[in-house]
Design a protein around this ligand. Structure first.
Ligand code: ADP
Ligand code: MG
Length: 249
């Protein structure tokens, strides 16, 4: 069963064809990696899935419903969350207050900033946030200011913020970018744990092949806005087209 169907998606920026003709089918509860050289169109594709960009052509169906034409917060309410390349956390709030914000935002259909105002009110949201922090092994850090966290913990917090919305599809754009090896390995462990604890589909864009091969069930190689190959990690390793696409980096 596929949960996400991308058909013939194209996106042009002025004279640049950022996405050519992208077809992608993501199986429910799988982890699907998208790799490819810089500028291949990976982030553009992700932005088309979350309503930040509207493709010029094609369709994007999530669980049988079109996401095109919907606003980012509506798509979020459908069950799609995204971990950003740079963590989007509120530095002046504590760790546990941060985790409550997306819970409110999803319920009220408002943006995170608006939800911020109603955060402190409800106890069951507090409980949900605490459970979430426990799940990402941050319960002992819940009273620290988010801004004071290490880079790895900020990433972990953002993951908790996304997961607190109980998404069915989690999109991750280079979640280990700029991380030291130890934090990268922690992130791999965390994502693996999340997959064992809940039903969730992950689409991960990642440069670090160690991360890709540790997590992905299937891999799509994107080059110049078009999928070159899609296959299992074992078959992607050493694939001549993959080598070729990376030589230009
Ligand atoms: P990737 O994430 O694979 O590195 P991107 O999707 O960010 O690649 O970019 C694909 C191409 O589209 C690049 O050539 C990039 O410069 C261009 N691009 C991305 N976003 C925009 C934009 N908002 N306006 C113009 N060009 C863009
Ligand atoms: Mg990118």
């Amino acid at each position: 069963m596929s949960i996400l169907e991308v058909k013939n998606v194209g996106k042009r920026f002025g004279g640049l064809q950022a996405l050519g003709d992208v077809n992608l089918s993501i199986a429910e509860n799988s982890c699907h990696a998208i790799i490819g050289p810089n500028g291949a169109g990976k982030s553009t594709l992700l932005n088309c899935l979350i309503g930040k960009l509207i493709p010029d052509t094609g369709s994007v169906m999530f669980d049988g419903q079109s996401v095109l034409g919907r606003k980012p917060h509506e798509i979020n309410q459908m069950g799609i969350s995204r971990v950003f390349q740079t963590p989007e956390i509120f530095a002046d709030l504590s760790v546990w207050e941060n985790v409550m914000i997306p819970i409110f935002a999803k319920r009220d259909g408002s943006f995170r900033m608006h939800a911020f105002e109603s955060v402190a009110r409800e106890r069951k949201v507090v409980d949900g946030a605490m459970q979430m922090l426990d799940d990402v092994n941050m319960a002992d850090k819940r009273d620290l200011l988010a801004g004071s966290l290490s880079r790895g913990d900020k990433r972990r917090l953002e993951m908790a913020m996304c997961l607190s919305q109980n998404p069915r599809l989690l999109l991750l754009d280079e979640p280990t970018a700029g991380m030291a090896r130890a934090d990268t390995n922690n992130t791999i462990e965390l994502l693996r744990e999340i997959r064992t604890k809940r039903d969730i589909t992950m689409v991960i864009i990642e440069h670090d092949m160690h991360v890709v091969f540790s997590l992905a069930d299937r891999i799509t190689v994107l080059a110049q806005g078009t999928p070159l190959v899609e296959d299992t990690p074992d078959r992607i390793k050493g694939h001549p087209k993959v080598q070729e696409a990376y030589l230009g980096e």
